[in-house]
Ligand binder design. Structure first.
Ligand code: ZN
Ligand code: ZN
Length: 149
């Protein structure tokens, strides 16, 4: 059994425990997210699955993602535009984002709790969380760049 099979089974159990109905489409969205390392948008998920589910709409994909988010299986990453990205790695981690293609890759680093406590002390805010992103050019885009020259 692969890692993502195990994760999928755990996720399905979480769905069952939450009393959420497991439709074939919901199952497929979850499976796609667990196998995808690039944090897809709802549109990308829709395009990847429409062949399998010709009657599915983007709205259905959104709806499924919302259900998965509400029970904590999926995290939504918003970037101030319409294209939210979805992450089924709900453990603490950071992201590195490609300036060229927009790909988001997980990046593990010890959570910077001290930044939060310092921010709290300095500003008096009640801190809920923080978000740090690193930007650059991914390996694929670096290669494209080299080929052009
Ligand atoms: Zn890239
Ligand atoms: Zn992530």
């Amino acid at each position: 059994m692969t890692v993502s099979d195990k994760k999928l089974r755990e996720a399905i159990n979480t769905l069952k425990d939450s009393g959420v109905r497991i439709t074939p489409q919901r199952h497929a969205v979850l499976e796609y997210l667990l196998n995808s390392m690039v944090h897809p948008t709802a549109d990308e998920i829709y395009k990847a699955l429409e062949g399998k589910f010709p009657n599915m709409s983007v709205a259905t994909v959104y709806n499924n993602l919302r259900v998965l988010r509400e029970i904590g299986l999926v995290r939504e990453l918003t970037y101030g535009d319409a294209s939210s990205r979805f992450d089924c790695n709900t453990s603490e981690h950071y992201h590195i984002i490609c300036d060229d293609c927009g790909k988001i890759v997980d990046f593990h680093y010890p959570t910077l709790h001290e930044v939060e406590s310092l921010a709290e002390q300095v500003t008096g805010f009640d801190i809920s969380h923080h978000r740090m992103e690193i930007y650059g050019k991914c390996e694929d885009c670096q290669q494209v760049e080299t080929q052009k020259h």
